[in-house]
Design a protein around this ligand. Sequence first.
Ligand SMILES: *Cc1c(COP(=O)(O)O)cnc(C)c1O
Length: 386
Amino acid sequence: MFSAALLKKFQHIPTPFYFYDTKLLGETLKAAIKSAEKHNIELHYALKANSNKDILKLIKTAGFGADCVSGNEVKQAIDCGFKVNNVVYAGVGKSDTEIRFAIKKNIFCFNCESIEEIRVMNAIAKSENKTARIAFRINPNVNANTHHYITTGLEENKFGINVWELDDALGVIRKSKNIKLIGIHFHIGSQINDLTVFKNLCLKVNELLEWFSNRNIFIENINLGGGLGVDYYHPDVKPVPDFENYFSLFRKFLKIEPTQQIHLEPGRAIVAQCGSLISRVLFVKKGVQTNFAILDAGMTELLRPALYQSYHTIENVTGAKRKEVNKYDVTGPICESSDCFRKAVELPETKRGDIIAIRTAGAYAESMSLTYNLRSKAKAYLATDL
Ligand SMILES: *Cc1c(COP(=O)(O)O)cnc(C)c1O
């Protein structure tokens, strides 16, 4: 995947670092925008997948809005040039300071996750003499069939307003003069590869739209969140996700009027495949059952395997042509046994100093990085910087 010229450049950069393939990112953005325009869908990129400023500027320039889950993400989006009328803000626990900040900025929409939040938002909007546009983030009780830690749309999850609370939520809206209900919002989980999950969501959303319509409430914006998965096992086979298939599904199954706007919030699908975590092997040591390849990158630079037992393709780029293949537990240097990228990875004979690429690390890697063990933050390089 990496050209010889690029490898040569990697040799001179201190590890670990994040590498972003800007050409692939560009192709991904173009495919997403093209398909979204065709189906008249507004896209808000989910900043939490990767909030690197250089990456954000490229995504903004391609024509995306922003989906934020904290006040600092709202600030980062605006600082990077996203238009405020294209910023949406979800989050089950928005602080008063965060709400006030985003109200002052006049963002497009708050995705409200509880009745109490709506009351607080109205009070803050009133004190600022503003009207906040909100959508109900509804918990549709639809199973995303993904890892339970990244499932968000079941009643047992903390996210969103439950369907049986909607009557009460409408009651609060009627009494809240500084709130305007402009839509409904859903986000049922992440790394979803089974598209029937999104079809099930559409069917549930249709029922809810009818519920609102029966109460003479027009829902102008329907935001179905993010969640489209990527292929962590074969990062080079189809590096640009099939946006066309995904977007057309919403057009096909949602029963909506031309005056109703569909919104989506892809995060992972936009940035995951363009990123790699590049590290060096510090030591190779023999265990009882296995060998350990101990890298200078760890869970502090890529938390996903430790947090969700997730799979990443691991490549020894220096040793790619070596004949002998061995199995290694590929670990980081952090003082935690969970600091292991994967067990029994088949790699060419691996030695101290080899460069190891952990693939599909453009999403939820740099943005989740930690300073645990007083680690320094790893630098990030775009292909265009090298
Ligand atoms: C995380 C998140 C997303 C993005 O999810 P992906 O799986 O990365 O596409 C979108 N919307 C909300 C509200 C989120 O919390």
